[in-house]
Ligand binder design. Structure first.
Ligand code: ATP
Length: 244
């Protein structure tokens, strides 16, 4: 029996402001005393009017924005950590293994084929073996196994195989978004941050994403999402948390 009832993610008293230097240093308070808990296997949808700080909260959780105040307690695979005070090095580790962020926009290293954009995420998430334990053949084997997983996911997301070996820079918005989704879901992250993951997708691919979110929840991922598509939100969210 699992007796661990502590939430996977616990946000307490989060505050975040921006200083607008081009507006004479005006202060924009975006989040103030924001608190929420998310359990393993739960999906919480952030809702609220445009500009209320939904994306800002996600970026604070991913460590892209620092918090002014508050605690972001996360049960990582290596134990509890406060994402508000974690070192940059720790954040890099957490992003590699425990936290995935899927935004509307794909940011990928130029010239890397779509297949490897996805597969590399899986390779990076594995513990790095000691140099002596892994020869070139071992590296190649790990990468090939990761590519198999990437192929399966890209096929599920209906990305034409002709595109798999091409860099995604010239892909359409919906194609890029599907590469992004595959990269976010290929590895079993403990926390999934989804910022409009279906914004550019057609109905068939939206259904695939809904299935992927259900599968992630079933294996115990905590999911925080912004879903402007109400049908998707209703299909995946256990609760909505209103900001602002
Ligand atoms: N880096 C930044 N510098 C200055 N202001 C910012 C920055 N990021 C966000 N903001 C401001 O913070 C506010 C909240 O933005 P955020 O993107 O979090 O809102 P949102 O609730 O996600 O909105 P939407 O639903 O329109 O995407 C906005 O007024 C925005 O202009």
């Amino acid at each position: 029996m699992n007796l661990d009832t502590s939430p996977r993610l616990s946000v307490r008293g989060l505050a975040k402001h921006f200083t607008l230097h081009l507006r004479g240093g005006a202060r924009l308070q975006v989040l103030e005393d924001t608190s929420l808990d998310i359990g393993a296997g739960e999906c919480v949808a952030l809702v609220g009017a445009s500009g209320r700080g939904k994306s800002t909260l996600m970026k604070c959780l991913f460590g892209s924005y620092g918090a002014d105040a508050g605690a972001l307690r996360f049960e990582s695979s290596a134990g509890p950590v406060d994402l508000a005070t974690a070192s940059p090095q720790r954040m890099i580790e957490l992003r590699r293994r425990d936290i995935a962020y899927v935004s509307q926009f794909l940011r990928a290293v130029p010239r890397v084929p779509a297949l490897d954009v996805v597969a590399q995420r899986l390779v990076d998430a594995e513990p790095v073996p000691a140099a002596d334990d892994l020869d070139d053949a071992g590296h190649e084997e790990r990468l090939e196994a990761a590519r198999d997983a990437a192929r399966a996911l890209l096929a599920r997301l209906n990305l034409p195989p002709a595109l798999w070996d091409l860099p995604p820079a010239t892909f359409s918005g919906g194609e890029q978004q599907r590469v992004n989704i595959a990269r976010g879901f290929v590895q079993a992250s403990r926390l999934l941050l989804l910022d409009e993951p279906t914004a550019s997708l057609d109905a068939a691919n939206r259904r695939v994403v809904v299935e992927l979110i259900h599968e992630a929840k079933a294996r115990g991922a905590a999911v925080v999402g912004i879903f402007h598509d109400e049908e998707v939100r209703d299909a995946v969210a256990d609760r909505c948390v209103e900001l602002g």
